[in-house]
Design a protein around this ligand. Structure first.
Ligand code: NI
Length: 190
């Protein structure tokens, strides 16, 4: 198992448009395996290759938390969407940040599997949200770019709260600056 390091918001790779995969080779197989492992280890619901520094159109999405069943999607794109839902979102590239994003209520994604076959993934509710969030990563869009600004908050661990955390309101600018500082500190360490 090879875990890869997840990049923080502000890294230029995260705002770049991901390149399409034209050929399935061992590197793509390995990338998808690492993405899956990294996502599960981090407790995420989805992960895009750009988040581990690879600017290619490859994502994983957790299908079933019970069984660790993971969708592996190559060159995914939304081919159908309907309705609207409002709900909280977070992202492994913006750890401990949360905010409300409006997403389609239902989406259908078309992608390739590792055999180069066209597959369709359909989702409602949380699955639709995850699929839309991951496809957004391929266009270099993060949830902080779409968030309802007044809803943005940090989740701070707090054992006095039943949920185990409390929320602390923040702004888009403040949050971006916090991740810039984290990134610079990490660069200084490596
Ligand atoms: Ni994300």
């Amino acid at each position: 198992m090879a875990l890869r390091r997840i990049l923080y918001c502000g890294d230029p790779i995260l705002t770049r448009k991901a390149g399409r995969i034209h050929e399935m080779d061992d590197a793509v197989v390995e990338l998808l395996r690492d993405l899956r492992d990294t996502m599960l280890e981090a407790g995420g619901l989805g992960l895009a290759a750009a988040q581990v520094g690879v600017p290619l159109a490859v994502v994983t999405v957790l299908r079933d938390p019970e069984s660790d069943s993971v969708l592996k999607l190559i060159n995914p794109r939304i081919v159908e969407q309907e309705g609207e839902q409002e709900g909280n979102e977070s992202c492994l590239s913006l750890p401990t940040l949360r905010g409300v994003v409006i997403r389609p209520a239902r989406v259908v994604v078309e992608a390739l599997d590792l055999n180069g076959e066209v597959i369709r993934a359909e989702g409602e509710g949380l699955m639709a949200r995850c699929l839309a969030h991951e496809v957004d990563h391929l266009d270099g869009r993060l949830f902080i770019d779409l968030v309802e600004p007044d809803s943005l908050c940090w989740l701070r661990p707090d054992e006095r709260e039943e949920a185990g955390y409390r929320t602390e309101p923040t702004t888009v600018e403040e949050a971006r600056e916090a991740f810039d500082r984290l990134r610079k500190r990490r660069e200084g360490l490596t």
